[in-house]
Design a protein around this ligand. Sequence first.
Ligand code: SF4
Ligand code: SF4
Length: 216
Amino acid sequence: MKEKNARRNICNLDESACSDCTVNGKLMCTFNIKDTVYFILPVLGVWVTLVLGLAFGFIIGKIDFPLLIIFSIAYIGFLIFFFQVWENKILCSHCPYYAFEDEKSLKCYANYGLYKAWKYNPAPMTVSERVQFIIGITLFAGIPLALFLFVGLYIYFAVSLIFTVVWLISMHFLSCSKCPNFSCPLNNVSKEVIDEYLKQNSIMRKAWEENSYKID
Ligand code: SF4
Ligand code: SF4
C-alpha cells in the first residue's frame, strides 16, 4: 500500500496510468531496490576503503590516536549534518519524493529513510543551492582522499579515488539520468522527458514556470 502511495504522489496520475505514460521507464518514479544498489555500491567501496585505511594507518603508526578520534568524529558529524540537514534542504526539499505529506521520511533510491526536516519546495534549486550542493559532495568525497594524502597512505588514496570516479560515472549513467530532481546540477534527464513529466505534475509545473522555465 505504501508503494502505491509513493507512486501516486510523484505525479498527478494514478499508478494505473503509468503503463501508458510517455516517461514510464525513463524516470525513477517509484522506489526500486535495484536503483539503490547501483547507487550505493561504489559509495560502500569508498567507506570500506576508508575504514581499512584508518585501521592500517593506525597500526603502522601513520595515524595517531588523537587524529583517528578527531577525524572519525568530524567526518561522521559532517555526514550526519550534510545528509540530514544541509543536502536535505538545498537538494531534497525540491524533489518530488519530498512531496509526500503523509510521510515523515524519504522513500527514494538514494536517501531512503532520512527524516524530512524541511518543507517541500516544488521550485527548482537556486544557483546558491546548486553551488552549495557541489561544495557539499566535494567535501563528502574529498575528505577521505585528503586524509590519505595527508598521512601518506597512497595505495588507499588510489583505491578510494577509483571508487569515487566509479561512483560519479555510475551515478551519471544509472541514477542522474533517471532522477526526478531535475534542477540538481548533476541531473542529466533530457528536456523532453522533463517537459513530459512536468505536464503530469501540476504543482511542480506551476512552480517551475513561475521561475521562468518554458515547456516546449
Ligand atoms: S510520471 Fe508517468 S510513469 Fe511516472 S508515476 Fe506518473 S504516470 Fe507513472
Ligand atoms: S531522489 Fe535524490 S534529491 Fe530526491 S529525495 Fe532522494 S536523495 Fe533527495
